[in-house]
Ligand binder design. Structure first.
Ligand code: PEP
Ligand code: MG
Length: 568
């Protein structure tokens, strides 16, 4: 046992455990996310209250919040800076202050309540308009909460800014909070809620921030206490020993880079590709060395849109991605609408069980013309750029669905047509689905949710919802056997591909490419480069023999000492 191992074991014993979602080991001081701002009660100002003093308090709180947001935006970078600048602009909107002041003066409403009502009404009006304006409602509520907190003397809501790097501990993080995570300030994220494929996990991984989710007892951690977070092992060590802290410090490394060609130690090629959702993502992925795009989530270009985007607009969005990968492979997925990604122009308004409902390719039963127009747009984008365009459909369940999709693609001149394997029936029936489809890509996020009957959005089920479950790995193996029978390439594009411990197992099961968030490429490449294909196969066999996800992960880790050497 190495010193690092010994320290890890000792510290795990004195700490908490959860589900590992983003690797990396750090030591830092806990800062907890403040509780949400409570709705102030609807008290009126007393008869003898000084109304003008209350008005001044409202205006002073609005100004203080606006100045605080502007200062935070100036300190932040990238998306976080943009989000904060937009929120600062909203705080500066005179309509909100005017409405709140009117409520104080005319209705004798107490200041905090007046701001709450003015902000809530403004947000509801935006929601009623819908579309892009509707999405701003969340920002208006954020501004409202900040002003109310200032008036009531409560901590500023949202991601804290203590002035030096810290470990963020939260019950769970809302999407708006995760957009403010700055890797320069947030050393690690620990949440009580969340799951391996929740937005917190996906974003933390994309930002390279170590993260452990579904940690029972996370909320017992106290502000100011020192913890050792191990985002690969899923542990949060309290009051770590000096030896453990030294082991983390000595293992700290410069960010690795990827040379653009994935392979095992004995030279077996494993294409390492990127998951993208826009032209901007694609350019970043190309800069990170991705060999191509293994999953272009086209629905992300149009989320929340009530009206189907026109073919010209689609061509433009797709070309932006293809242009970043001239001469290289780009796998475009047709719209995966439904469940957690509603697109009102194709998805039903309400279904009793949306994850099992009309989502993905199934929406084309009701709206065949939408799929037809999308394939038209993809074909036009492909003709205008020189990327090697492959197309695949989400949520294939039967071979005849696969065949129909391949046929439809052919009518648009798209001859590289494949299937996503996300449903157990597709994994077990891969030999039939791949008789005509030219490739497959395994969506382990959904394959896990459907195998374990565990909704990927429900944090209480996080321990079930991991691709380390031996039953999920067995289905990956079955899908690979079906692909091999037809001599077809088969990749993984779910979050499992970005787990540097799981990647060699997937290769051992027969996967020929891995597609992931670009920041994970270098770590996955480094582990594969140090692992022979024979060892990958042994690891796959070992994982399949285990009774539980935890046992599978532990058994594989124990056979891969290179993970410690690489600091993973
Ligand atoms: C998956 O299910 O693994 C996948 C890649 O698709 P999405 O996460 O977009 O549902
Ligand atoms: Mg999916």
């Amino acid at each position: 046992m190495t010193v690092a191992d010994a320290a890890r074991v000792a510290d795990a014993a004195s700490g908490l455990t959860g589900v590992p979602v983003s690797p990396g080991r750090v030591v830092g001081v806990v800062v907890t996310m403040p509780a949400p701002v409570p709705e102030p009660d609807s008290a009126r100002l007393p008869e003898d209250a000084d109304v003008e003093l209350s008005v001044t308090q409202v205006l002073a709180a609005v100004t203080a919040v606006q100045e605080d947001l502007t200062a935070r935006s100036a300190r932040a970078e990238g998306t976080a800076a943009e989000v904060l600048a937009v929120t600062a602009a909203m705080a500066a909107d005179p309509a909100l202050a005017r409405d709140a002041v009117g409520r104080v003066q005319e209705g004798r409403t107490a200041p905090a309540r007046a701001v709450w009502e003015a902000g809530s009404d403004a947000a509801s009006r935006l929601e009623a308009v819908g579309g892009l304006l509707g999405e701003r409602a969340r920002d208006v509520r954020d501004v409202r909460d900040r002003i109310v907190a200032a008036l009531l003397g409560l901590p500023v809501p949202g991601v804290p800014d203590p002035g030096s790097p810290f470990v963020l501990v939260a019950d769970d993080l809302a999407p708006a909070d995760t957009a403010q995570l700055d890797p320069e300030r947030v050393l690690a994220v620990v949440t009580r809620g969340g799951g391996p494929t929740s937005h917190t996990a996906i974003l933390a991984r994309a930002l390279g921030i170590p993260a452990v989710v579904a940690v029972d007892g996370a909320l017992d951690l106290r502000d100011g206490e020192t913890v050792l977070v191990d985002g690969a092992a899923g542990t949060v060590g309290r009051d770590p020993s000096a030896a453990a802290v030294a082991a983390v410090a000595s293992g700290r490394r410069e960010r690795r880079t990827f040379d653009g060609a994935g392979r095992t130690a004995d030279g077996r090629r494993v294409e390492l590709l990127a998951n993208v959702a826009s032209g901007e993502d694609a350019r970043a992925a190309a800069a990170a060395g991705a060999e191509g795009v293994g999953l272009f989530r086209t629905e992300f270009c149009f989320l929340g849109r009530a009206v189907e985007p026109g073919v010209d607009e689609q061509v433009e969005a797709y070309r932006a991605v293809l242009a970043a990968f001239g001469g290289r492979k780009v796998v475009v997925r047709t719209l995966d609408a439904g469940a957690d990604k509603p697109l009102p122009f194709v998805t039903a308004e309400s279904e009793p069980n949306p994850a099992l409902g009309v989502r993905g390719l199934r929406t084309s039963r009701r709206h065949p013309e939408v799929l037809d127009r999308q394939l038209d747009a993809i074909a036009r984008a492909a003709a205008a750029e020189d990327a090697d365009v492959w197309v695949m459909a989400p949520m294939i369940a039967t071979p005849d669905e696969a065949d129909a999709f391949v046929e439809l693609c052919a009518t648009h001149g798209l001859d590289r047509a494949g299937v996503m394997i996300e449903v157990p029936s597709a994994a077990l029936g891969a030999r039939w689905a791949l008789a005509r489809a030219t490739f497959a890509s395994i969506g382990t996020n959904d394959l896990t949710q459907y195998t374990m009957a565990a909704d990927r959005e429900v944090s209480d089920l996080a321990r079930l919802a991991t691709a380390w479950q031996p039953a999920v790995l067995a289905l990956v193996g079955a899908a690979c056997s079906g692909a091999a029978l037809n001599d077809r390439p088969i990749g993984v594009c779910g979050e499992a591909a970005a787990d540097p411990v799981l990647a060699p197992v997937l290769v051992g099961l027969g996967v020929t490419s891995l597609s992931m968030t670009p920041v994970a490429l270098a770590d996955v490449a480094a582990v594969l480069a140090a692992t022979s294909s024979e060892l990958c196969e042994e690891l796959a066999f070992l994982a399949l023999q285990q009774p539980t996800a935890e046992a599978a992960r532990a058994a594989v880790r124990a056979r891969l000492p290179v993970l410690d050497e690489l600091g993973l």
